[in-house]
Design a binder for this molecule. Sequence first.
Ligand SMILES: Nc1ncnc2c1ncn2[C@@H]1O[C@H](COP(=O)(O)OP(=O)(O)OP(=O)(O)O)[C@@H](O)[C@H]1O
Ligand SMILES: O=C(O)c1ccc[n+]([C@@H]2O[C@H](COP(=O)([O-])O)[C@@H](O)[C@H]2O)c1
Length: 218
Amino acid sequence: MAAPGPWGDRRQRRIGLLGGSFNPAHPGHRHVAQRALHMLRLDQVWLLVSPGNPLKPRAGMAPFAERLASATAIGDGVRVIATGIEAAIGERYSARTLERLSQLFPRTRFVWIIGADNLWQLPRWRQWRDLARRTPIAVLPRPGWTRKALQGAAAATLRRARRAPAALLQAPDAGWALIPAREHPASATALRRAAARRAETPAAAEAAEPLFVAGMRR
Ligand SMILES: Nc1ncnc2c1ncn2[C@@H]1O[C@H](COP(=O)(O)OP(=O)(O)OP(=O)(O)O)[C@@H](O)[C@H]1O
Ligand SMILES: O=C(O)c1ccc[n+]([C@@H]2O[C@H](COP(=O)([O-])O)[C@@H](O)[C@H]2O)c1
């Protein structure tokens, strides 16, 4: 399978993987991708659109093609690119995805990128310890989650594997680092709620119209 981008073979390439539902994609994703790209001197960040997060309900999840298009729209097509490779290889558990990607791209060093909310949630992921043992993890701050995640179970279990950001990709073994970044407030949940409110507004206005007209007559 071809990598989703043009490559030179001059050295081991470094790819950041920002896995997500992208339901929809938003500027918070772009911020996280660009910050990781810059701070970890990555060649690219792949926005890895999940065929279905194992921990999220299917109800309310937009079709895969729609989410892939949404992620594509926030990338730049060169350094930050969306990919549906997880669906193509038939994986949705991240530990398995990483194992398969390492087989498919043996000369690539992958870094798993997550927001602080997902560091907090990590112990609920399948084979999360294997994932953390094999793959460097870059954690980006997120409003309401950063401090909580640093005090959570994953951070405690992995405390000896915590690295300074600059050291994350220097060591041959995996580890994790909190990447200094401004907290970005965007969230897909907030966007979906806002869209639902907007969708309700015309209907609500229509429903209120007879009352308004009646009120005018009185
Ligand atoms: N504003 C943000 N700051 C930091 N990390 C973020 C931000 N938005 C998303 N992420 C991270 O990007 C990855 C993909 O996120 P996802 O597509 O689920 O978006 P989301 O806004 O968290 O969605 P939802 O609100 O539906 O859970 C996750 O690791 C998540 O933590
Ligand atoms: O492997 C798991 O058990 C697992 C459980 C929950 C989430 N994930 C992955 O975490 C990434 C972020 O998911 P999300 O829905 O929060 O954007 C995405 O790549 C998911 O597939 C993975």
